[in-house]
Design a protein around this ligand. Structure first.
Ligand code: GMT
Length: 367
């Protein structure tokens, strides 16, 4: 198939999923055209059958907000004409699904498109009504809609009041790239300091300060160090909280890294304190490395970690700390969880399994 994939290029999960999809499809013999306003950070060069098309948005003094959605619709049409793509797959509804609808209307219905919902494209419109109507319209016009969790599919019906069928296709992980190394777990190391990790874009929804509060309580009970992977608006606040709680010297801000597969296997535990999380891709990457997760019980997280980690109430760092201390104090229980996490990633979320589900949606649309 010839497929156009549209995504955000940034470190956010939807861009990661779309880019990994593009590479996986190209490696399976499909011709892939990836469209975005910048080169996605996960995109590796030199993959035969995969081309990146930049969407340029011209600045003009009159435009306080340059109309990216129009530039994208135009670029989609150009790619359709040049490369004869069979269909477009847009990741994140706002504004990509609207641009796809516009491109299709401009060519008299010459193209099909599939929209994948990732999270805040639905949950944000629940609170910001200015995006609701065009997004609902574009979803209803999509040839197929998928969501990355059952939770998000249900939320879509609730927020939009639409009956549009939504296929649930979970996110996936490259279980060969993200795999355990010969790094030993805490109880087999000479130094029994537990390595705890968190990875995100440090936006308010991630509640980074709650991760730090939980860590502060953990390290009062056990020797531990916290690695913060990523960056974003809440970094300084969270580090200040670590200072206030007297554990700043045990918290390391590692920053944005593109070699997570090297760092995650060195961790003993992953913490997530999100307020909402439709899936939680970085938790899946940790699980694939054999790292158990403790997360707030929100959104679609239970669908990801199942019984291979622990879920705690939202905004309760003490409960998170208690769960972590329990997990990090029982060597046998810990090993069983780590093994189960890796096994779950392989059985339910492998690239082969999930990419095949998307391909069957494409085939259905193109019938
Ligand atoms: O909403 C965001 O945080 C951004 C969004 C994205 O596009 O990067 O993340 C969402 O999509 C990810 C990939 O499907 C999911 O793993 C995240 O759980 C989801 N984030 C939220 O729901 C908050």
């Amino acid at each position: 198939m010839r497929i156009g994939i549209v995504c955000y290029p940034t470190v956010g999960g939807s861009g990661v999923v779309a880019t990994e999809m593009a590479m996986a499809l190209a490696e399976r013999g499909h011709e892939i055209h990836l469209l975005s306003y910048d080169r996605p950070s996960r995109l590796r060069g030199g993959i035969p059958g995969l081309r990146f098309h930049e969407v340029a948005v011209s600045a003009y003094p009159l435009f306080r907000y340059p109309p990216y959605d129009l530039a994208l619709a135009t670029r989609m049409l150009e790619v359709r004409e040049e490369a004869k793509v069979d269909l477009f797959h847009v990741h994140y509804a706002i504004p990509h699904a609207v641009s796809a609808y516009l491109a299709r209307s401009m060519c008299g219905g010459c193209l099909e498109f599939v929209t994948t919902l990732h999270g805040t494209d639905i949950t944000v419109v629940g609170s910001d009504r200015s995006y609701l109507r065009p997004t609902r319209f574009a979803l209803e016009q999509s040839d197929a809609v998928t969501a990355v969790s059952r939770y998000l599919a249900d939320e879509t019906h609730l927020v939009f009041g639409t009956k549009k069928p939504v296929d649930v296709i979970h996110n996936f992980v490259d279980t060969d790239r993200f795999q355990p190394t010969d790094h030993k777990p805490w109880h087999q190391r000479g130094n029994d300091e537990r390595i705890i990790v968190h990875a995100s874009n440090f936006r308010p929804v991630k509640r980074l300060a709650d991760v730090v509060r939980a860590f502060a309580a953990i390290q009062r009970e056990l020797p531990a160090r916290l690695l913060l992977l990523g960056d974003g608006p809440d970094r300084e606040h969270a580090l200040a909280v670590a200072g206030d709680l007297g554990c700043r010297h045990k918290v390391e801000h590692v920053g944005v890294r593109d070699d997570l597969e090297r760092i995650l296997p060195e961790a003993d535990l992953f913490l997530s304190a999100s307020q909402t999380e439709s899936f939680g891709l970085s938790m899946l990457e940790a699980m694939s490395c054999g790292v158990p997760c403790i997360s707030t019980a929100v959104g679609g997280v239970a669908e990801v970690i199942g019984d291979t980690g622990r879920l705690v109430p939202f905004a309760d760092p003490d409960a998170m700390a208690r769960a972590a201390v329990e997990v990090l104090s029982d060597a046998d229980g810990y090993d069983a969880l780590a093994k189960a996490a890796r096994q779950r990633a392989i059985e339910h979320f492998s690239t082969d399994r999930i990419v095949a589900q998307y391909v069957s949606v494409y085939e259905r649309v193109l019938q």
